[in-house]
Design a protein around this ligand. Sequence first.
Ligand SMILES: NC(=O)c1ccc[n+]([C@@H]2O[C@H](COP(=O)([O-])OP(=O)(O)OC[C@H]3O[C@@H](n4cnc5c(N)ncnc54)[C@H](O)[C@@H]3O)[C@@H](O)[C@H]2O)c1
Ligand SMILES: [Zn+2]
Length: 394
Amino acid sequence: MHTVWTFHSAASLVYGPGSLDRLGESLRTIAARRVFLVTDAILKKLGLVDRVVALLRAASVECQVFDEGRAEPALHLVERAVAVAQPFAPDAVIGLGGGSNMDVAKFTAVLLRHGGRPHDYLGDGKIPGPTVPVVCIPTTAGTGSEVSGAAAFTDTDRRVKVGSLSNWLRPAIALVDPDLTLSCPPKVTADSGIDALTHAVEAYTAVDFADFPLPAGERSVYQGRHPLSDLTAGRAIELVGQHLVNAVRDGSDRTARDGMMLAATLAGMAFSNSGVALVHALEYPVGGATDCSHGEGNGLLLPHVMQFNLPARRAEFARIAGCLGAKPEAEEAVAAVFRLQEAIGIPRRLRDLSVREEQLPDFAEKAFALQRMLRVNPRPVTVESLLGIYQSAY
Ligand SMILES: NC(=O)c1ccc[n+]([C@@H]2O[C@H](COP(=O)([O-])OP(=O)(O)OC[C@H]3O[C@@H](n4cnc5c(N)ncnc54)[C@H](O)[C@@H]3O)[C@@H](O)[C@H]2O)c1
Ligand SMILES: [Zn+2]
């Protein structure tokens, strides 16, 4: 029985349309003079990198741009970024982009301070102390990495997604400007948006912190649901219900973009304290073995996991159904997510991602190893129950 809970986020959050213009002012609060900017070629082409560089110049901050970021980044991309950053000796690292670039920025900051290889810091609580300060500027409304203590990569050798959890991975500053998502194409909006919903649903239905099955003497960033994760997750689900379909259908809808960005950040605050659970554990092997995006894999699996968890969280699922505009009954939540998948174009079945049925037992074994996520789930699982969920989604 636990009686104490904690809440962690980015040390400071600057939110709102136009907030990017506060970059120079924000950097002064952490006394940053030389920044390493992790971003990618798409954002460069859109002119966003130039805009950020101009803001840095206006603030007399020196900058080195690393624009080799890629979606679902491999661990060796971090090694490459560190090799480029080291001679420049930055005093802060900026992650500009979706979760992919933000996570590369976070791990670059870890390695710049602590040395070693990215592999040394995978898992729960492996980062020994503060990193070079990180500033996250999200350009998707999805991962919540701008406030989270998590980073995720693709282990291309083992063909599985891998992650790291530590409160030392929380950014010093989250600069969250929903206007930066106006250029997201519908697929990026849909995939990242349903990832945010997955974070919120997993947080909202997580095991209670008082019952969190953490072995005695261990600490985890994840601690089960508690009053503040509930508050942020519940609001995030409402916002997704109001805005995700609109944001996918009309990318220039600034109200929808703002609603989804706030949803993603709130969901990040929620899941990075309560934890994510079964959907994420099941997605890691799928994401490693196929080229689907993290959001696509989660969005596909989400209603199947909700169905599995239904008996353990009926009241919560009824409220989720209401937030998603359906009748407030538990089963309706599952149906509402299936309808949302359809409306925003998330693939319906694992076979649509070119998964082969004979891969499922191996996926179930790999997912079962992810105890840091499974223990957050409101219903205990076995390898057999994981396989059953994969089969229902196949
Ligand atoms: N650290 C965390 O807390 C956390 C949480 C969830 C997911 N993740 C990880 O984040 C990654 C997924 O991040 P994501 O969903 O944000 O997508 P992403 O960062 O992979 O970006 C997807 C694509 O969209 C493009 N893009 C991004 N912003 C754009 C914009 N404004 N306009 C046009 N194109 C744009 C990118 O260039 C990229 O090609 C995965 O690796 C996932 O595992 C991390
Ligand atoms: Zn996620």
